[in-house]
Design a binder for this molecule. Structure first.
Ligand SMILES: Cc1ncc(COP(=O)(O)O)c(C=O)c1O
Length: 434
């Protein structure tokens, strides 16, 4: 008979033998007790040995309503009976049109047009190329630099890491990074004033500014006051420099509104969406272009004004079907009310029960995205990692980012589940910080 432990080790070994995991040192993959998921129920993942884990990172920030939501499952099944995929290059697909019409009604972009891809980084890459060609299509040369923020993260393609401020072990790629103009991090209270100043000073060479509205997520949930973004938008409007909002992490409710740009009063020229767009079901991302941007690409057939870019799976029909049903459910179930209520509960619990613990340095939270930064000493990375491992052992899936324990909770999380996350975090910190 195979014991629970043996079968788990065996799956991890089979995994390590053939799968290369991103952001993971494979030489010690199995020693770090990876969770090998087999199935899920609600907001819990279930491993090959039947152990349950509350998904407190929403499967890397993608899951919104939970796993195996009957309505979303049905949407995929129904679409399967029609067609799984057909190309967007030169042709259309009914469900993609229907989803785009629904998304157009809620996205804070004027006269939106949607160019689909599969991952957040690809949506960012598309935005960069669109911004560049927007200017060349109008005969304006020299506008091919971008302004990004300190501590920014925009994905792992070469364009994405160029905009990103580095870190995460990616310094090795420095020779590949193209130069961008760098505003300060959200940590700096003058970041937006400085960014606006840089936009005005370098307007002639800037194609676009790229910003994560409200939260620099991957930096460890660095949060900027919503009122600070206005000055940047004004500088962009004054100079014509395009404003790109990267809402890959913040989009679809995570911060308490459907899009974080709404809280910041931003209506960008280009917006990047991904992660939660399909409720975490299927890979889909999209670059949203305002009508102003889109029109610059119109011209004669086969002309050089065309945007010669597209991905094989962009506008996948199964993904569009689940994305459409997901958008409807967000409204039908009034999911954002739950996000706000649970965010208040989480804030109170973190402030009263986690902040006072030994080893806790700072807590930052926006909606259902939170970072618990642990002590700032040389062992800090291992502390956060060991805390997450202790949480996993107790049945809550968490992941560290540098010295931070990151919590990104599903939008439908219940009060009891928030309690379970906080209790588990408390026990894990008590165990790890000695
Ligand atoms: C703000 C932001 N942009 C882009 C990305 C990249 O998305 P993906 O991992 O889907 O390529 C991420 C991922 O965390 C992100 O947080």
């Amino acid at each position: 008979m195979v014991t629970r432990q043996t079968s788990s080790v065996s799956w991890a070994e089979r995994d390590a033998a053939v799968v290369w995991h991103g952001f993971t040192q494979m030489s010690c993959y199995t020693e770090n007790a990876p969770v090998i998921v087999e199935r899920a129920e609600g907001r819990e993942l279930i491993d090959v040995d039947g152990r349950r884990y509350l998904d407190a990172i929403s499967s890397l920030w993608v899951t919104t309503l939970g796993h195996r939501v009957p309505e979303l499952d049905a949407a995929v099944r129904e679409q399967l009976d029609r067609v799984a995929h057909s190309t967007m290059l030169g042709n259309g697909n009914r469900i993609v049109i229907e989803f785009s019409e629904a998304l157009a009604k809620v996205v804070p972009v004027d006269g939106p047009h949607f160019l689909y891809a599969s991952d957040g980084a690809a949506a960012v890459e598309q935005a960069l190329k669109i911004a560049f060609q927007y200017w060349t299509n109008q005969g304006i040369r020299g506008r091919h630099t971008y302004l990004a923020f300190g501590d920014a993260y925009h994905g792992d393609t070469v364009g994405g890491i160029s905009l990103g401020a580095g870190g995460f072990g990616t310094d090795v790629f420095d020779p590949l990074r193209f130069k961008v103009l760098r505003a300060p991090s959200f940590r700096n209270p003058d970041a937006f004033k400085e960014a606006a100043r840089l936009v005005e000073q370098h307007a002639e060479s800037l194609a676009a500014v790229v910003v994560e509205p409200l939260v620099q997520g991957a930096a460890g949930m660095l949060i900027a006051e919503p009122s600070r973004f206005g000055i940047l938008q004004e500088a962009c409007r004054k100079t014509g420099v395009l404003l790109i909002c990267d809402e890959v992490a913040t989009g679809f409710g995570r911060t308490g509104t459907l899009f974080a740009s709404e809280q910041c009063g931003l209506r960008p020229d280009l917006m990047c969406l991904g992660k939660g767009i399909t409720g975490g079901y299927l890979p889909m991302s999209v670059t949203v272009a305002s009508d102003r941007v889109y029109r610059a690409f119109l011209g004669p057939d086969l002309s050089e004004k065309t945007f010669y870019h597209g991905h094989s799976y962009g506008g996948n029909a199964l993904a569009a079907a689940v994305a459409l049903r997901h958008l409807q459910l967000l409204e039908e179930w009034d999911v954002l009310s739950n996000v706000r209520a649970r965010a208040t509960q989480l804030r109170e619990a973190l402030t009263t029960r986690i902040q006072p613990l030994r080893g806790v340095h700072e807590i930052r939270q926006c909606g259902l995205m939170a970072a618990v930064e642990l002590a700032n000493d040389s062992a800090q990375r291992r502390l956060a990692r060991r805390t997450c491992a202790a949480m996993v052992r107790r049945g809550v899936l968490a992941r560290s980012l540098g010295s931070n324990v990151i919590l990104v909770l599903p939008l439908t999380i219940t009060a009891e589940e928030v309690e379970r996350v906080v209790t588990t975090l408390q026990a894990a910190i008590d165990e790890v910080v000695v």
